[in-house]
Design a protein around this ligand. Structure first.
Ligand SMILES: [Mg+2]
Length: 230
């Protein structure tokens, strides 16, 4: 007998391949703004940006920075990390990143196949801390929008994962109780422990096989494994 009726998916780094889409965007910005003139190579630019962006998102989940600060400061901090002046950041690059990156369509292996399979048995939703303006574009660009009944984002709920109120809002929106659903995400802290704290079973998508000591419902390193137990 099927245990769950609804599944909540995180989007970035779980289904939508943020790193690849981000690298493609940075590649375009690097060329357009001729960043080679600062004697930085593309790979360094991408690695530094990721480092800054990832750490700012971790800070966001812990309430230390706002989304607005991430958008406005990540290139300045990337340039600083590369030994450049923050004032060297080309005008408008933050906005360009926001408008280009969500139009990229790379998703992780087996995304469409697994969603096709799950959509036949479960009601699927997106539960994301990303901004509403970018998440809808990402879903459409990647051809994922038709799989999901609700796209629940932090802007709408007023809370972010791992805050239990974000999960409560999601349950309320879907009209269900915790035992009726499963949360699938790549972020141990925000998605998985957040869901666990809200009484929701979880799947940790641990592609990099990071070590931890948490007791979780399921843990996978590839989306295709979902078909073995769902
Ligand atoms: Mg994620």
């Amino acid at each position: 007998m099927k245990k769950y009726e609804h599944i909540f998916f995180d989007l970035d780094h779980t289904l939508w391949d943020f790193s690849t889409n981000c690298a493609e965007t940075l590649n375009e910005l690097y060329a357009q703004h001729q960043l080679h003139r600062f004697n930085i190579v593309l790979s360094e630019f991408i690695i530094s940006y990721r480092q800054i962006n990832d750490s700012m998102w971790d800070d966001l989940h812990r309430g230390k920075v706002t989304k607005e600060e991430i958008r406005n400061l990540r290139f300045a901090r990337t340039f600083h990390l590369l030994g450049l002046q923050e004032s060297d950041v080309p005008q408008g690059m933050d906005e360009q990143f926001i408008s280009i990156c969500p139009t990229k369509s790379n998703v992780f292996p087996h995304t469409h196949e697994v969603l096709d399979y799950l959509a036949q048995q479960y009601v699927l939703h997106i539960l994301t801390n990303g901004s509403s303006d970018t998440q809808f574009v990402k879903l459409k660009s990647a051809g994922l929008d038709h799989y999901f009944k609700e796209v629940i984002h932090a802007d709408e709920s007023g809370y972010m994962k791992p805050d239990q109120r974000m999960f409560d809002y999601a349950l309320q929106t879907a009209g269900i109780l915790p035992h009726q659903c499963l949360m699938i995400g790549d972020d141990l802290y925000a998605d998985v422990l957040g869901a666990k704290n809200a009484g929701i079973d979880q799947v940790f998508v641990n592609r990099h096989q990071i070590k931890h000591e948490e007791i979780l419902t399921y843990e996978i390193d590839c989306l295709s494994t979902l078909k073995t137990f769902l």
